[in-house]
Design a protein around this ligand. Structure first.
Ligand code: 5RP
Length: 230
């Protein structure tokens, strides 16, 4: 039996890709849900239902995937706007605020997603929370030399910071920018807008995974129960 979470991710990824119109510039997010959107955009290009698009990837991972599906790519230096961006999230609150960065890509994702005229978030139903921070930490991208003082200041803010380690804990996760990620758990985030600004004001921090007032539309995957045939 297929994992229902995967079914939900496929469902919303495909649905988001249907929002793309020909002749547009598209922000391509990072993560397993967006991967299904990228795959479907590629299929639409191949079938001819979509023409003349260009993608702006938010990570090396998204770039590799887009190339695999023959999606033409460009960079922020070459375009003056982004029509639409599709990206995943780790948590979504009732006000469409997000925690992102589970894939360590939130810095580039925030640049691209916030430039888009329409930013569509694709999530499975498990990502919806009443308050941000309930289930996941806030990822903070930090310049390696500033690691220790930034950890200290995140503790002073009431967080429990933890350096993100890679597979088998052989070494820390390194971002596309060559930096480190400090996952910082808060009991919950009361005021995401001010916490986002306060964390980003710590010297050595590049950006954090709180996305406030950026998302326009949330597509939420649902488990569709099998209806017994009578
Ligand atoms: C990467 C992200 C991802 O979009 C987020 O972690 C969701 O990933 P997935 O779709 O695999 O659950 O923010 O930095």
């Amino acid at each position: 039996m297929t994992d229902p979470i995967i079914v939900m991710k496929q469902q919303v990824g495909k649905a988001a890709a249907e929002y793309i119109e020909s002749n547009s510039i598209i922000g391509l997010g990072t993560g397993s849900t967006t991967a299904y959107a990228i795959e479907h955009i590629g299929k639409r290009l191949q079938s001819g239902t979509l023409k003349n698009i260009v993608g702006i990837p938010t990570s090396f991972q998204a770039e590799v995937l887009a190339k695999q599906y023959n999606i033409p790519l460009s960079t922020l230096d070459m375009v003056d706007h982004i029509d639409i961006a599709i990206d995943g999230a780790d948590e979504v609150d009732p006000y469409k605020n997000l925690i992102k960065g589970g894939g360590a890509a939130h810095t580039q994702e925030k640049i691209v997603d916030s430039l888009a005229k329409k930013f569509i978030v694709v999530v499975d139903g498990n990502k919806m929370v009443d308050k941000l921070g309930s289930t996941v930490p806030v990822p903070v991208e930090v310049i390696p030399k500033a690691l220790t003082p930034v950890i200290r200041q995140l503790k002073e803010l009431g967080g429990s910071p933890d350096l993100r380690m890679g597979v088998k804990k052989a070494g820390p996760v390194v971002t596309d920018q060559g930096n480190l990620i400090i996952d910082t758990k808060f009991d919950y985030v009361n005021d995401p807008k001010s916490l986002e600004a306060i964390i980003n004001n710590i010297p050595g921090v590049l950006d954090n995974g709180l996305f406030v007032d950026v998302a326009d539309l949330i597509l939420i995957g649902e488990i569709i129960e099998d209806v017994p045939v009578v």
